[in-house]
Ligand binder design. Structure first.
Ligand SMILES: Cc1cc2nc3c(=O)[nH]c(=O)nc-3n(C[C@H](O)[C@H](O)[C@H](O)COP(=O)(O)O)c2cc1C
Length: 207
């Protein structure tokens, strides 16, 4: 690729070149045959934006209000785990980007920077993502901790009672990153990606 990346696809290509394969596959891969992953992209291709023409575009304003918070565009950074696998500054840098663009930062409970580190690093409006764990005390503790660190809403993820069977991670023998937000709360030993959290620690199943 010549020069600076100019779109998301080119950033992805750059990431593929610089990241260790295990980490690139973690960020880019999906579960099983990756039908849903492909469909997520295809779905966007089916949406077209219809331009309005011969209108005044001298002041373009995409700002809106989400849960009472003004944002420069209807964008919330989707919570995603382990940004330090991609860059040493991790979620602190991501939140800084959100603050610079005045959009909302969604922080995963599986962040590699702690809730406190992200909170003290910038003034982006922050939402905190969590699951309902079997250990309700852990869930409650994390919600209160987010609240006391200035997070303004909880993003409750409900679609992962079990982690998908991510075949690239299996092949790469993906190592789980340290769950720093949980240190002192549950065992955060670095183990195979498939044992940890999803089993013993706490996810609420539907059974
Ligand atoms: C590498 C990666 C890690 C993710 N980690 C989380 C997570 O920790 N918590 C969560 O609720 N969703 C997580 N997600 C899901 C995203 O928040 C989002 O819902 C999903 O990627 C669908 O949006 P997209 O089609 O724009 O990628 C993750 C997604 C990716 C790609």
């Amino acid at each position: 690729m010549a020069g600076e990346p100019v779109n998301v696809n080119e950033f992805q290509e750059l990431a593929r070149k610089v990241l260790p394969k295990m980490y690139y596959d973690f960020f880019a891969g999906g579960a099983e045959d990756e039908y849903t992953l492909k469909e997520n992209i295809e779905a966007f291709h089916r949406i077209t934006i219809q331009p309005r023409i011969l209108v005044d575009v001298s002041r373009i304003d995409m700002s809106t209000v989400i849960l009472g918070h003004k944002t420069s565009a209807p964008i919330i950074l989707a919570p995603s785990a382990a940004h330090q696998l991609a860059h040493p500054e991790g979620e602190v840098a991501t939140a800084g980007g959100a603050a610079a663009c005045n959009v909302i930062m969604g922080l995963s409970f599986m962040s590699t920077c702690t809730v406190e580190e992200v909170a003290s690093s910038c003034n982006a409006v922050r939402f905190f993502q969590i699951y309902v764990f079997k250990r309700r005390d852990v869930t409650e503790f994390m919600v209160r901790r987010a609240e006391s660190n200035g997070f303004r809403a909880i993003i409750l993820t409900a679609d992962t009672p079990r982690l998908g069977r991510r075949e690239a991670d299996i092949k790469n023998k993906m190592i789980s990153f340290r769950l720093r937000n949980f240190e002192g709360l549950i065992s955060t030993d670095v183990v195979s990606w498939y044992q940890p959290l999803w089993g013993s620690a706490c996810r609420e199943g539907h059974g």
